[in-house]
Design a protein around this ligand. Sequence first.
Ligand code: 26Q
Length: 679
Amino acid sequence: MKSTTTTRKVNFDKELFKRSVLYNVMTLYRKTLEEATPQQVFQAVSYAIKDQIIMNWMDTQKAYEEQDPKTVYYMSMEFLMGRALGNSLINMQAYKPVKDACRELGLDLNVIEDQEPDAALGNGGLGRLAACFLDSLATLGYSAYGCGIRYRYGMFKQKIEDGYQVEVPDNWLADGNPFELRRPEYAKEVKFGGYVSVRTDANGRSVFTQEGYQSVRAIPYDLPIVGYGNGIVNTLRIWDAEPVECFQLDAFDKGDYQRSVEQENLARNIVEVLYPNDNHYAGKELRLKQQYFFISASVQEAVDKYMRKHDDIKKFPEKVTFQLNDTHPTVAIAELMRVLMDDYYLTWDEAWSITTRTCAYTNHTIMSEALEKWPIDLFSRLLPRIYQIVEEINRRFILEIQDKYSNVPGVDVNEKIRKMAIIYDGQVKMAHLAIVSGYSVNGVAQLHTEILKKQELRDFYEMYPEKFNNKTNGITQRRFLLHGNPLLADWVTDHVGNEWITDLPQISRLKIYAEDKKAQQEFLNIKYQNKVRLAKYILEHNDVEVDPRSIFDVQVKRLHEYKRQLMNILHIMYLYNDLKEHPDRDFYPRTFIFGAKAAAGYRNAKLTIKLINSVADVINNDPDIAGKIKVIFIENYNVSSAEIIFAAADVSEQISTASKEASGTSNMKFMLNGALTSQ
Ligand code: 26Q
């Protein structure tokens, strides 16, 4: 894939920006800047910034159209974006000028940034990886779309009451999203249920039609993804659902009233809320509806867009790739087959050749409880045409297994089929579908990929070794150092230049300062200031004083038994008991910090949160240990609080059960901010 450069980069115009902010508060709210609420100021500033992004956004899309590069569609049920304002300013290289401009208007940019709700359309690692990839793709100038769902409610907000987690709905769109663009002209219809009828047309071809279905209208909303310093603006396209037709009187007359109401409910329910499960499969019908909803809309649009510029659908894979973020978007495979056969009248073999060169699958876990398996009856009832296609893929795949292994001595073909079939034991196995129907299967860390090849997916690796590859995860240094830790970012730039901002390996030039006493002292000073910043946050949110001179020992990630937060807190209990028994023992003061959300129905995870908070209560209030140990549970750990936490960490806890954590990414965010890893 080659990267694109636009012809002109529209630079930030400070005076225009200031006028635009004043104008926006006036036209949006009929107010002066002094009268506007903090939220209104945030909106006015964001619209002013969006106006400046728009020009680069148009130019980028025009350049893509002219240069016609291959385009990746990153399909994901989750995009854990966090806040857009500060990140866009960083990538426009306009953060400091805007901060100054705000100051001149009597505003504090940090306060304005804090008004923005996090876009928390994701659970944890997998969703944040998607967000980091979008940042990286735009920065590298690749033609890329993120495709996802515009959930009305994102990841729940976590409150701690009496030490227990309480989930509060995240109404992130309550004040409107100034960065989004509604694009009704690209709406698509998505069909559910009913049955498939077959007839033979004049050319003797079988024509499949879905009938008696319910449908919804998928409406795309576009969010700009600003590349760093290159004028590129890519698009995250998230789909909202609306009823296909509004309530119709004649529907009532026709006796279709029931169906009309059902269609309205379907549209409302589909995009209502993100499932808050992390690394755990929940076989809920609504979840499958969500998956097919955004995939059908995205695949239809990808094909439509391609056909607006090209005339030969058979060359689709030369210009398009679908990267599937885990198995959650895997119905894309059958949906693409459906569009190619039913809408473009291709034969099975033609459609299969295109599909298998278009789709690629990323595996994020080897844990069996996270593997998606849908009961046949549910799957076929909801997606009758898609199920037919999956059945046919499975039938042909089983023939391929038989063909390959029937005459191989020592191989039990039926055993192979039992282990590898896409449909088996009344279930549709999405990972098997994704492996068989794509050109690439990747793990997310070297060790994880090796485990896939040698253990979990061994049979598939034996059959298709050429498909397997590793793509080690990464994070964006622009959010997690440049934005989250400006003091350290400036220090790094002062020492090794600014190339690290777009080429992270350049940061290794710091090596020569490892033993440099002055550099060490400067680094520790910066760490100290970031710890003061976090201590202030903790005082405000937890009403507990922590000593910024103590070691900040941090574990922040989703709460899961395999991640072993329980082991961490048990160790803290041990240290506390030991210190109580030997109060005069030499002990360097330590502050243990946790941040974690538990899936709403995950009992042990929720009990671990309660345990951490109970232990914190005891330890933080025991005068015997003279404040040498503190335990802090940070409520509502999210992307925004993460930036403050990583910057202040001395020790990064990476203590999951061996082989269970596919990659992890908080490990990298800690390292980037100069914390040592405990593992
Ligand atoms: C599946 C079906 C139904 C409902 C929910 C889900 C579901 C949702 C989220 C299953 C899994 C997830 C999330 C998984 C995840 O975040 N995995 C993490 O991915 C990171 C990025 O590759 C890795 O760094 C982590 O090691 C891995 O745990």
